[in-house]
Design a protein around this ligand. Structure first.
Ligand code: AMP
Ligand code: ZN
Length: 671
C-alpha cells in the first residue's frame, strides 16, 4: 500500500468501526459479526502502530481500550457549550479589539488565560455538591460522565463558603506531561497502542466505562467559567477569585490586562514560557472582564463576541540533515532516524527526528545533505515536515532504505501489508540480544538491583553475556570482572547478590521478562495464574490458550511460535536449572463448597440485599469464576436493577441465561 492508501484505509476503518459501534450500542442493530468487527479493529490497531502520525483522535482505539463510549446518558446543556473564535495572527486580535471598542467604548479590561489543551467539561453543583458532569459533545448536548469525574481529586465533590444554590462551572480536564509519558510507556510495554498526546489520553480516560480505571489515571482540571441563573458577580475576574475560595482549581497564571497591548505582552511572554509548563497549552484566551459588557456584546451562533483565542503555531525550524541512522529495537523492528544539525525548537535542542518507516522516507524523498523543516507539534518526538528542495545540492544522492540489517547484515523482512521492516535474526543480532537482556533485568520484569542497562551492553561487548541465562553464570567470572575499569569489589558484590535474589521473583515476572512478543505485564500475570507452570503453558494448544481471559488469537499465535523455537526452550531449561521460578506459588484455598466449580459468572446492575463485591466473594468461595466481560465463555449473568442495555443485548445475542441473586443463592444451597 502506498502511504496515501494507508491513510485512506485507516480513515475508512475509523469511520466504519465507529458506525458499527453506533449500530451495536445505540441502535442495538448490529450489521456485522463480532468476529469481523474484531478483525477490522485489529487491522486498525496494527496500522496505527506503524503510522502513529495518521492516528485519528476519533479512532475507536483511542476510546476505552476498545470499549465503547455510547453507554453514557445524553444530557442537554442548559447553556450551550460554544467554541471560541480563534486566530493565529495578531492583527486579528487588534481588529477584535477595535470591534469591541466600537460596540462598548474604550472602558473595559481583558482577562487573559492560558488555553489549556485538554477536554472541556461542564459541572453542575446543587447545594454545594457536585451532581452532574457533562462533556461538551456537540455543544448542545453531551455525555453524562459524572462517575468518572468524581474520581478526579482536583474537582471538589463538595464545596465551601458562600456559594449560590445552583450553578454550573466549566473547565478543562487534562493530564500532566510526565504522567502521560509514564502511562504511555506502560501502554507500549504492554503492546497497547500508545496515545498520541496528553489530550487524547485525557479524553480517552474520561470516556472509559470503568470508573475504577479512571481513578488510576492522574487527571487534573482547571476551571475557567462560572454560570449562574442570577448574576452574582460584576466581573469574570472576581468570579475566578471567588470560585477558588470555594475550592475550585483555577490557573495561577491568569492575568487582568488593561488593554490590548497588555494582552499582547501576555501572549508574547507565554509563547516561550509555555514550554516550561508541565501541561500543554495551545494558545491564550482573551475575555472581556465585565459581565454587563459581555452581555452587551452577546454571541454569534457559534461563539461569544466578548472572547477570542489566540493560538500558537506549531513551531517549525529549518536545519540540515546530517545522516540517517537505523535503530534496531528489542523485537527487531527497524526505525529510521534523521540525525540533524542541532537546532533550538520549542524550548529544547533537537538533534534527531523520527522518520517512522520506509514509506515515510519515500514520501520525503530525502537526499544527502538536504535542508529540512522540522516541527514539534502536540506530539513529543519532532518530525520532518518537508525538504527545502531549493537548497538541494546538485548531484546529491538519494538516501535509500537498506535491504540488510545495519547491525548484523541479515536480510530485512517486511510482512505483507505492514510498513515496518524487521530483522529476523533475533538470537544473533546485537541490539536484539542486548535489548532482550535489558528488558529481562528491567524494573517491571525481574527488577535486578546492582545491574544497569549500560552494564548489560558493556558485558555483551566483552563477551560475558549472550543469552539471558548467562546472567546466572556471571559469578564464575568474578575475578575477571574485577579487572574491568569502573567496577569495584562492592559493585560486583551488589550485582551478583541482585542476580541471586532474582531467582525468587515469581513466575509471572519471569514470564514477562522473557520478552515474548505481545506478552505484556498484564497478559503475563493472567497466563501465569491460569497455567500455573511453564509446562502446561508450553503444552497448551491454540484453543486452550484463547480460552484464557485477555488472550486473543494474536497472543496465542505468538506464544506458540515462541515455544516452537528450540533455542527458547533451551534457555528456559537452563534458567530452570539455575533455580528461577517457572511455577506459580500455589495458594492453598479451601472452598466453602464446590457447587459452582467450572461455572463462570458476571455480575451486573445493582442489588437490594448485596453489594456486587459480596456476590463476587460468594461465587468465588464456592469455587465459581468471575469473568470481566460478556463472551461465549460466560455461563450466567447475575442481573440486578439498572443493568446497561448493551450488556443485556449482548447476553441475549449469545443466549446467556440471566439469573437473579435469589437464583444464585439457590444454586449454592446445600441439598
Ligand atoms: P476551540 O475548541 O478551538 O473552539 O476552543 C474552545 C475551547 O477551548 C473551549 O471549549 C474549551 O474547551 C477550551 N479552553 C481551554 N482553555 C480555556 C480557557 N481558559 N477559557 C475558555 N476556554 C478554554
Ligand atoms: Zn539484525
Amino acid at each position: 500500500m502506498s502511504l496515501f492508501e494507508v491513510k485512506e484505509r485507516m480513515d475508512m476503518l475509523v469511520k466504519e468501526l465507529n458506525q458499527h459501534n453506533y449500530n451495536y450500542y445505540v441502535l442495538a442493530q448490529p450489521t456485522i459479526s463480532d468476529y469481523d468487527f474484531d478483525k477490522k479493529l485489529d487491522e486498525l490497531i496494527a496500522l496505527e502502530k506503524q503510522h502513529p502520525e495518521f492516528q485519528d483522535p476519533d479512532s475507536p482505539t483511542q476510546k476505552v481500550g476498545g470499549e465503547i463510549t455510547k453507554e453514557f446518558k445524553t444530557v442537554k446543556h442548559k447553556w450551550p457549550m460554544l467554541s471560541l473564535g480563534n486566530t493565529y495572527n495578531e492583527q486579528d486580535l487588534r481588529d477584535f479589539d477595535e470591534r469591541i471598542r466600537k460596540a462598548i467604548g474604550d472602558d473595559f479590561e481583558y482577562v487573559c488565560e492560558l488555553k489549556f489543551d485538554g477536554f472541556s467539561i461542564s459541572l453542575t453543583y446543587e447545594d454545594g455538591k457536585l451532581v452532574r458532569a457533562v462533556t461538551r459533545g456537540d455543544g448542545t448536548q453531551g455525555d453524562d460522565v459524572t462517575a468518572n469525574i468524581r474520581t478526579i481529586n482536583r474537582i471538589p465533590r463538595k464545596i465551601q463558603g458562600n456559594y449560590p444554590e445552583n450553578f454550573e462551572i466549566r473547565g478543562e480536564v487534562f493530564m500532566h506531561r510526565p504522567a502521560f509519558e509514564r502511562l504511555n510507556s506502560e501502554r507500549l510495554e504492554n503492546d497497547e497502542v500508545p496515545y498520541a498526546n496528553p489530550r487524547n489520553f485525557a479524553s480517552g480516560t474520561i470516556k472509559l466505562q470503568d470508573s475504577r480505571e479512571v481513578a488510576k489515571r492522574p487527571l487534573d482540571c482547571f476551571l475557567y467559567f462560572l454560570y449562574t441563573e442570577k448574576i452574582v458577580f460584576k466581573t469574570h475576574w472576581e468570579s475566578l477569585q471567588t470560585v477558588k475560595e470555594w475550592g475550585f482549581h483555577t490557573c495561577e497564571h491568569n492575568r487582568l490586562c488593561k488593554n490590548i497591548n497588555e494582552a499582547l505582552d501576555f501572549i508574547h511572554e507565554w509563547s516561550n514560557k509555555r514550554h516550561k509548563l508541565s501541561y500543554d497549552i495551545d494558545g491564550i484566551v482573551l475575555k472581556v472582564n465585565n459581565y454587563d459588557q459581555q452581555q452587551e456584546l452577546g454571541f454569534t451562533a457559534k461563539s461569544p463576541r466578548w472572547a477570542i483565542a489566540y493560538k500558537y503555531k506549531a513551531e517549525e525550524v529549518e536545519t540540515t540533515l546530517e545522516h540517517v541512522s537505523y535503530q534496531v529495537g528489542r523485537t527487531g523492528a527497524i526505525t529510521p532516524v534523521a540525525n540533524l544539525k542541532p537546532v533550538l525548537l520549542a524550548g529544547t535542542t533537537v538533534k534527531r527526528a523520527t522518520l517512522h518507516n520506509a514509506n515515510e522516507m519515500e514520501r520525503l524523498d530525502l537526499h544527502e545533505g538536504d535542508s529540512v523543516f522540522v516541527e514539534k507539534g502536540g506530539e513529543i518526538i519532532p518530525k520532518i515536515i518537508s525538504v527545502n528542495t531549493l537548497k538541494r545540492k546538485e548531484g546529491a544522492k538519494k538516501i535509500r532504505y537498506p535491504d540488510i540489517c545495519p547491525e548484523c547484515g541479515s536480510n530485512l523482512v517486511r510482512k505483507e501489508g505492514e510498513a515496518v521492516h524487521y530483522c529476523p535474526n533475533d538470537e544473533g543480532c546485537p541490539p536484539q540480544i542486548v535489548g532482550k537482556i535489558q528488558h529481562f533485568i528491567s524494573r517491571k520484569a525481574m527488577d535486578i538491583e546492582g545491574l544497569g542497562q549500560e552494564t548489560i551492553e558493556a558485558f555483551y561487548r566483552k563477551g560475558y553475556l549472550e543469552h539471558i541465562s548467562d546472567l546466572y553464570r556471571l559469578h564464575e567470572k568474578k575475578e575477571e570482572l574485577k579487572q574491568l575499569e569502573r567496577f569495584g569489589e562492592k559493585s560486583i558484590h551488589n550485582m551478583l547478590e541482585g542476580i541471586e535474589k532474582s531467582k525468587e521473583m515469581p513466575f509471572e515476572k519471569v514470564l514477562f521478562g522473557l520478552g515474548i512478543r505481545y506478552v505484556g505485564e498484564t497478559v503475563a500475570r493472567k497466563i501465569a495464574a491460569h497455567f500455573k507452570n511453564i509446562d502446561s503453558l508450553r503444552n497448551a494448544g491454540f484453543e486452550e490458550l484463547t480460552l484464557v481471559d485477555e488472550i486473543g488469537d494474536r497472543i496465542a499465535e505468538s506464544l506458540i511460535d515462541y515455544f516452537q523455537d528450540e533455542r527458547h526452550n533451551e534457555q528456559i531449561a537452563l534458567l530452570q536449572q539455575y533455580g528461577l521460578q517457572f511455577e506459580g506459588i500455589k495458594k492453598e484455598v479451601t472452598f466453602a463448597s464446590n457447587r459452582l466449580e467450572g461455572k463462570t459468572f458476571l455480575i451486573s446492575g445493582v442489588f437490594e440485599r448485596f453489594s456486587r463485591d459480596e456476590l463476587s466473594n460468594l461465587i468465588e468461595s464456592h469455587n465459581g469464576k468471575i469473568l470481566s466481560g460478556i463472551s461465549s465463555k460466560l455461563n450466567y449473568l447475575v442481573a440486578g436493577e439498572n443493568m446497561g442495555p448493551s450488556k443485556l443485548e449482548k447476553a441475549n445475542k449469545l443466549n446467556i441465561p440471566l439469573i437473579s441473586d435469589n437464583e444464585l443463592l439457590q444454586m449454592i444451597k446445600p441439598d
